[in-house]
Write a protein that binds this ligand. Sequence first.
Ligand SMILES: Nc1ncnc2c1ncn2[C@@H]1O[C@H](COP(=O)(O)OP(=O)(O)O)[C@@H](O)[C@H]1O
Ligand SMILES: O=P(O)(O)OC[C@H]1O[C@](O)(COP(=O)(O)O)[C@@H](O)[C@@H]1O
Ligand SMILES: [Mg+2]
Length: 526
Amino acid sequence: MDLSIHSPLLRSSPSLSPCPFNSKNTTLNPVFHSLIFDSRNFQRKLLVSRQNQRIRTQVSDQIVNDDGFVLEDVPHLTNFLPDLPSYPNPLQKSQAYAIVKKTFVSSEDAVAQNIVVQKDTPRGVHFRRAGPREKVYFKSDEVRACIVTCGGLCPGINTVIREIVCGLNYMYGVDNILGIEGGYKGFYSRNTTTLTPKVVNDIHKRGGTFLCTSRGGHDTNKIVDNIQDRGINQVYIIGGDGTQRGAALIYKEVEKRGLPIAVAGIPKTIDNDIAVIDKSFGFDTAVEEAQRAINAAHVEAESVENGVGIVKLMGRYSGFIAMFATLASRDVDCCLIPESPFYLEGRGGLFDFIEQRLKENGHMIIVVAEGAGQEYVAQNMPGVDEKDASGNRLLHDIGLWLTQKIKDHFSKVRKMTINMKYIDPTYMIRAIPSNASDNIYCTLLAQSAVHGAMAGYTGFTVGPVNSRHAYIPIARVTEATNTVKLTDRMWARLLASTNQPSFLNCSDVSQKDNTGAINSMNTNSI
Ligand SMILES: Nc1ncnc2c1ncn2[C@@H]1O[C@H](COP(=O)(O)OP(=O)(O)O)[C@@H](O)[C@H]1O
Ligand SMILES: O=P(O)(O)OC[C@H]1O[C@](O)(COP(=O)(O)O)[C@@H](O)[C@@H]1O
Ligand SMILES: [Mg+2]
């Protein structure tokens, strides 16, 4: 996983990525707001901002720490409501924390984005460490929270819902929590449901989302109107990259209206394609479930002559599930992912490799991510370019396409009998409840989100960065998609484990099959 998003402060180029939070003038004037803190007392020393395409540096009269420590901070309600009162955190009296040595996370605690460093490198980008703060900005009996789930399913959503409800109630004494049904559009088109620890008690044992979900239908003004009308002052939004973009818009609108409402994002994606965080919840569960499909394909393929098993797994733009499922299984001969182009014919191509493995082992298994080889399939289906309600491109079925291509090649060209077994467990791997480790992860995420909102942080996404939970500016997790980096060692480990061809040495080779379709891809095209 690539965590190497550099601090714009450390770049010399003025083309900085804007981080549109933390500043009142962000609406009209995107300002990248990173703070370099004195590492000893953590007081603000330097504010570097980009305005009007110029980098301006304001230096306080204190000593500027120049060790390159950068805090990419999240917004706080007091940024736009400076007179908001604060209260002692009720956790002080909580029996759960009674004997904890350090109940509250210090405002000086930060989580480093990069933990592999060299002696002379600047200290780099950090995020605020998640956890309870000494002061809260909500009185418990004045909190009216809501939870919404958006986008595709993922194991563990119900655990997150459950733990937000229980966390708010058990830790902060909040008992006014609403469930928004059916995703963003539910804010303005559905009734709410009341959530209590009792109502959510068992939901973590089920897959899916207790609150239902949807794609599309994000209307910022209607949503914020509704939040205001219902008197909601904490909004917990569980969803993927699209959802987090929507959450950023909601936060900005809330800020524009000057409302004391905390907006917290909890990142959810089965594809593990959310940047910055270590891993998304439910991913491990999905990889584990994928083993069942791979095992089945393996049993089927090795039980027949020249058995070829193909398993299609989720992964729209990122092949993490396919890569990790392959690494975990050891029965997979070849893994195809969206990030790595492949070709079928000719030396070093997939057909050659299949034939070689069939000769060696009598069977072979391919795991293919749904987003792999889309250009290939598109060439056979010109003009089909549909999108879902959220605007995500609908994919062609690479699994079926590949199955047919392999069958045709071996029967028509090689005159060889093969036994094809195609398994598509797509929805099975994400519709299940989360496993034990994902349940723990979901609990930590939920509690961190609750602590952050109670402490008055807003417009943040919570997630583990190098195993420590942190509050991350939403723009940070939406500005780029996390993909498998072919140049990283993880992909090399997979290639070393399967011993499959890398397909990378033929970038410009283009062969045509007997139907005239181009049968190879330019590596630069993906
Ligand atoms: N750029 C965006 N701005 C505002 N809302 C968005 C944006 N992209 C997606 N959404 C909304 O977020 C929700 C989920 O998005 P989707 O892409 O389906 O799933 P995910 O959040 O898992 O990526 C949908 O209701 C969609 O309308
Ligand atoms: O058929 P659906 O429900 O739209 O979901 C399919 C897509 O959802 C995903 O699980 C990703 O979902 P998100 O965009 O919600 O993260 C992809 O792997 C898959 O392509
Ligand atoms: Mg998405």
